[in-house]
Design a protein. Structure first.
Length: 335
């Protein structure tokens, strides 16, 4: 099982309690966003998963640019996904225990040495200092390593070893989904990013000065090195080939779409900053041959099989177990 590990605790609050529901359903309702009270999230056989444990796994992964309502919706989805992952973890570990599966001590020792070497420069005292700073007992940390290794071994047996993708599967998928296997279209873009430093000059006035130089014949790359304020300035503003929709805000995408190769735009103002973009070149999407697409299809089919096998496996474990989920109640908001 792929365990969800995202980072430090998030300063968002969830109230405990609520009605008991059938396993597998998602929590519903609005989440508070300013305080945290711990409580029971789920019971798995004789063990309990707390809300604090779930929130600790979620961490600080929710984008701060989202609106409060969007953050709450995102948090609720992450909460449900993380809780289900923690339930799966407990069920798989319980299954391993029931089958009396154990790891040799040297396996855990080797993994610990790998972690200390890779993350702490081989210095065990740095590991212990990190654990102390986070109020984590060494024995608990080591037990977590052992559990992770056991989970990987169980997944290998019940999922990974059972994946089988034949050449016929790959060819059939390619024939059915040819349109999906193409090299992405791209546009090579150079951009000048302008930031006003003189309060007596507006971004429009500053942009007009830069455009005046370009219109008079100044080299775009040299002008970018002179005026631009972004990570590509030293490269003459050259971003290389990109998918414009992925790389730039919609106003810049629209400006690029209106340009012929070799032309540059007028000033585009976004959030108080100014941009001038130049379309250097374009390349169309090109269909991939089956040989070129083969590794992509193989990975995709294996991932699909792995997901289906994993879900079937954990569903069987849930049917044999006692699992209860507790609703998160809607917060009481001050009027």
């Amino acid at each position: 099982m792929k365990r969800i590990l995202i980072g430090i605790g998030l300063a968002l609050g969830i109230l405990a309690g609520g009605a008991v529901r059938a396993a597998g359903t998602n929590a519903a309702g609005a989440l508070p966003a300013s305080w945290l009270l711990d409580g029971v999230a789920a019971q798995v056989n004789g063990e309990t998963i707390t809300i604090g444990e779930v929130m600790g796994e979620i961490g600080s992964s929710i984008a701060i640019e989202l609106s409060p309502a969007e953050r709450e919706a995102k948090l609720r989805n992450l909460y449900a996904e993380t809780l289900n992952a923690l339930i799966d973890r407990k069920l798989i570990l319980a299954a391993a225990k029931a089958e009396e599966r154990k790891l040799q001590g040297w396996v855990v020792d080797d993994r610990e040495r790998e972690i200390i070497s890779g993350r702490f420069g081989g210095d065990r005292t740095k590991l212990l200092a990190m654990l102390a700073a986070r109020n984590i007992l060494y024995d608990d940390w080591r037990r977590g390593i052992e559990e992770d290794l056991l989970l990987s071994a169980m997944r290998m047996e019940f999922v990974d070893k059972r994946i089988s993708v034949s050449p016929r599967d790959v060819r059939g998928y390619y024939e059915t989904n040819r349109a999906a296997f193409v090299t992405p279209a791209g546009v090579r873009v150079s951009r000048i990013s302008l930031v006003v430093s003189d309060q007596d000059e507006t971004i429009e006035q500053y942009g007009a000065r830069v455009l005046k130089e370009l219109d008079a014949g100044a080299d775009f790359a040299a002008t970018a090195r002179k005026f631009s304020k972004d990570a590509h300035a030293d490269d003459g503003g050259d971003w290389g080939f990109v998918n414009a929709e992925d790389a730039f805000a919609p106003p810049l995408v629209q400006a690029l779409a209106a340009l012929k190769c070799g032309a540059y735009s007028r000033l585009v103002v976004i959030g108080g900053q100014g941009y001038i973009v130049k379309k250097i070149a374009e390349k169309p999407s090109v269909p991939l041959s089956i040989e070129e697409a083969w590794p992509l299809i193989d990975r995709r089919l294996r991932a699909q099989q792995a997901e289906a096998l994993y879900r079937d496996w954990t569903n069987r474990l849930r049917h044999r177990a006692f699992v209860r989920l507790f609703d998160l109640p809607a917060p009481s908001r001050a009027s």
